[in-house]
Design a protein around this ligand. Structure first.
Ligand code: CP3
Length: 351
């Protein structure tokens, strides 16, 4: 159904301090939900599942139904774009994403033109979800940050330090720039198509922004992200765009000021109150309950929730985790977090 432009997430993204803080969780659709597991079991392969609009739309809606979250996030993956670019991607059970590591010759051979068209099932999912979703709920589309996607393409898998990918950036700067260009073009087209199909908000997941020198951060995160946003805006897309430079430390300050993002999501390690003082005035902040506190439950969880609410209270805030829901989370603990937030009394804090 058509989005209500006064829904809580869109209000917060416009810089309003919403009375009942809007809530959604990264990876809210996933293995902690029995209804997800039931549909997941009908698809042999994770990529086939992402490319099945009926199934993907259904699991996108599940957490909104169960928890009354304020937003749905499109069920897809940041590693669909490498498929559009002509690379092989597999999700191996118990191992995670597995790709054929790319080199300079492979970068030359990427099929940049039309890459986003080759994953068009995703836009069907977006349209199906928006058609069913209540106007009071926002639909979030997304892509991976160019650097984060590049790490998987270069290393062939998730690794702790992304050392090979960083080495490649130093040793083969031209090939790295060409890879960034391919990812900027295809990711921007991917976001433009999602917004065209009905996404109300777009998010760029730069999950591996930690440990980059300021120079690499500039080349691999800041400029490519700014280029994506410039291209999306040039296409006439006006929806809010959220950035998530997870683990970026002080590099996140320039990210907030120089990429053109509307709002910023904070990882678990960010003190929200201090962080707010460094970013543009009135910019909404999203985050950042520790997913491990959610998994722990009980009193420690409620204390952690209160802390995030207090830290976020000085400006527009969207409640979320600092990273994704883990599969071992208890449904009752998610309900407890949501009840705590919905009943939180700000009057003392705000005087
Ligand atoms: O609920 C949601 O958040 C929406 C859907 C979504 C998925 N992946 C589904 C998924 C989103 C937004 C992503 C983004 C994504 N994918 C990121 C950035 C966010 C982050 O968590 O930092 C990254 C780094 C990836 C790459 C990726 N996809 C990895 C490393 C893995 C394996 C890890 C795991 O949990 O198994 C995936 C697989 C994946 N993507 C799953 C889901 C629900 C699990 C697959 C399954 O159902 O078995």
């Amino acid at each position: 159904m058509k989005t209500d432009l006064n829904n809580p997430i869109l209000r917060a993204l416009r810089g309003e301090r919403v009375e009942s803080v809007p809530i959604w969780f990264m990876r809210q659709a996933g293995r902690h939900l029995p209804e997800y597991m039931e549909i997941r079991a009908t698809a042999h392969d994770f990529i086939d599942f992402c490319f099945s609009p009926d199934k993907a739309a259904e699991v996108t809606l599940q957490p909104v139904r169960r928890y009354d979250m304020d937003a749905a996030i499109l069920f897809a993956d940041i590693l669909l774009i490498p498929i559009g670019l002509g690379r092989q991607v597999e999700f191996v059970k118990g191992v995670g994403p597995t790709l054929d590591p790319i080199d300079a010759a492979g970068i030359d051979a990427l099929t940049v033109s039309g890459a986003a068209d080759r994953v068009s099932q995703v836009y069907e999912t977006v349209a199906k979800v928006r058609a069913e979703l209540d106007p009071s709920k926002a639909l979030i589309g997304f892509c991976g940050g160019p650097w984060t996607v590049a790490t998987y393409m270069l290393e062939g898998k998730g690794t702790p330090n992304k050392e090979q990918a960083k080495r490649f950036a130093y040793e083969q700067p031209e090939a790295m720039a060409a890879l960034m260009h391919a990812l900027v073009e295809s990711s921007a087209d991917y976001l433009i198509a999602q917004a065209g199909a009905g996404a109300d908000v777009l998010k760029i997941f730069e999950s591996w922004a930690e440990g980059l020198s300021p120079d690499l951060f500039d080349r691999l995160v800041l400029r490519p992200t700014a280029d994506i946003i410039t291209k999306v805006r040039a296409a006439g897309i006006t929806v809010p765009i959220m950035g998530f430079p997870r683990g970026a430390g002080l590099n996140a300050i320039r990210y907030a000021h120089e990429t053109g993002i509307t709002a910023i999501a904070a990882g678990t390690d960010v003190p929200l109150g201090d962080f707010r003082a460094t970013i543009p005035d009135g910019m909404a902040v999203q985050g950042n309950l520790d997913p491990l506190a959610l998994r722990t439950g009980g009193r420690p969880l409620l204390r952690a929730v209160d802390q995030v609410l207090r830290d976020g209270a000085d400006g527009p805030h969207i409640f979320n985790l600092g990273h994704g829901v883990t599969p071992d989370v208890q449904i009752d603990d998610v309900h407890a977090v949501i009840n705590r937030i919905r009943n939180f009394d700000y009057s003392e804090l705000r005087g």
